[in-house]
Design a protein around this ligand. Structure first.
Ligand code: HEM
Length: 435
């Protein structure tokens, strides 16, 4: 198993799941022997039914905590108090109220991109999407409170932190007192992130103002006991949210272009909808509910390429999952990427077919046959944000351009923070109306 996992971890795991036909499977990797749990009933048991017995701890989560601290992406009382305070700021209604600012951020970015696109040069769409998603997330989190030059420091610092802890992620048994490659770059990156975020938190706590962006709202927010987030918790939550929000959205959208290239019928229908609903004028967030086919395309996109492709849990007390006994202290791997590819629960699971999500009433399926955003009490906090941010971003892009893929692939899925294509996805951005 190890050579296959090392060669192509994402697809090897999916293949193991398909071979096990949804049964719990133990993966033997020397001293590390996690269970792969993919049947929807079993996923439900881990994420919801008996969720307190399956915690975010152990080898995968510990290296992460060195940047995210004790936060919303952790577990236990720290996570609980963050979730209580953050939840009201990520509802569909609250996020909707930030949509206009996101559109402005996208339009501003696309203005800058237009001269580069006009001369027909290839564009690395993954990079451009990352920058666009980054601007939207910065707007949601900090509004105008962050100077542009500071905002621009954050993305590269996060990229360095994410890439420099890979060694620790795969060698979790080496104690932190022993330096390993990447440690110094990691420490420098965390320091840089803090040099931007901590002063913003302090300023917001001194004077929260009336802003709707998260740092201001968090500084005013109070939990049921009348308690607010302190400086440390605010820093940890903002850094965690920033770390997951832009990356997950951008990597998911990067996979869209090879899929559209291979499915001209889907592309034509999507473009027709944008033409009809948005036209050539700037996007109005009020148009979102009418971009129905785009929503189905996004739902199908995150079925095939769920950014959070695998998230493990540590077993607290011995338990049984679907008749298999799991030992305390062992790791359970939950992967929407694997479950979404099981023949037992999906018709033609490897085909890209947004029709699965357009039918009324929706295809009947197990709640946990489809869980790109997780489930249970840890369900993705950014679910509504994704379904506002991603369609707005696409609508802004497609009202101006028709991206034409330059290399049809195939593209290989590699596990970084989220599942991304190993190869650069390059497109030419043809101004709309010239195709
Ligand atoms: C394509 C986009 C996204 C996907 C596929 C995705 C997926 C997920 C998944 C699978 C989980 C559950 C992890 C677990 O159970 O351990 C999760 C949790 C989370 N996501 Fe997302 N996410 C996306 C976008 C976002 C965005 C835009 C935000 C910004 C707020 C965000 C913030 C979070 C947070 C804070 C958690 C932890 C929630 C908790 O434990 O209470 N995500 N996400």
């Amino acid at each position: 198993m190890l050579p296959r996992l090392l060669r192509d971890p994402v697809n090897a795991l999916a293949e193991f799941g398909r071979q096990a036909r949804g049964e719990v499977m133990r993966i033997h990797l020397g001293p590390f022997r996690p269970y792969l749990v993919s049947h929807p009933d079993h996923v439900q048991h881990v994420l919801r039914g008996n969720w307190t017995n399956y915690v975010r701890d152990g080898m995968f989560w510990r290296p992460l905590q060195r940047v995210t601290g004790n936060s919303i992406v952790g577990d236990g009382p720290g996570w609980e108090s963050s979730r209580r305070i953050l939840q009201p700021l990520f509802t569909a209604r609250y996020v909707g109220s930030l949509a206009r600012g996101m559109v402005e951020a996208f339009e501003e970015y696309l203005e800058e991109l237009t001269p580069r696109a006009r001369d027909g040069r290839p564009v690395n769409i993954g990079e451009e999407l990352a920058r666009m998603a980054d601007r939207a997330v910065i707007h949601v989190l900090f509004g105008g409170a962050i100077p542009l030059k500071d905002a621009e420091l954050l993305a590269p610092a996060f990229a360095t932190a994410a890439s420099s802890f890979t060694f620790r992620l795969f060698m979790p048994f080496i104690p932190y007192s022993v330096p390993v490659p990447g440690d110094r770059a990691f420490a420098r990156a965390v320091k840089e992130i803090d040099s931007v975020v901590v002063p913003l938190v302090r300023q917001a706590l001194r004077d929260p103002g009336e802003g709707r962006h998260i740092v201001s709202a968090l500084a005013r927010a109070r939990g049921p006991q009348g308690d607010g987030s302190g400086e440390r918790q605010m820093r940890d939550d903002l850094v965690s949210i920033y770390g997951v929000a832009a990356e997950t959205t951008a990597t998911a959208l990067t996979w869209l272009w090879p899929l559209l290239h291979a499915h001209p019928d889907v592309t034509a229908r999507l473009y027709d909808e944008v033409d009809e609903v948005v036209g050539t004028d700037p996007v109005d967030p009020e148009q979102l509910p009418r971009l129905r086919y785009m929503k189905a395309v996004l739902q199908e996109l995150v079925r095939l390429y769920p950014s959070g492709w695998m998230f493990p849990r540590m077993v607290v007390a011995p338990d049984e999952i679907g008749g298999t006994r799991v030992e305390a202290g062992s790791q359970v791997l939950i992967s929407p990427y694997v479950t979404h590819r099981l023949d037992e629960f999906w018709d033609r699971p490897l085909d890209f077919d947004p029709e699965r999500f357009t039918q009324e009433p929706r295809e009947r399926r197990h709640r946990y046959a489809y869980f790109p955003f997780g489930g249970g009490p840890h369900v993705c906090l950014g679910l509504h944000l994704f379904y506002v941010q991603a369609p707005l971003l696409l609508a802004c892009l497609l009202r101006r351009f028709r991206p034409v893929l330059l290399n049809p692939g195939p593209y290989t899925a590699v596990p970084a923070g989220s599942v991304r294509p190993k190869e650069r996805v390059e497109v030419r951005l043809l101004p709309r109306g010239t195709t």
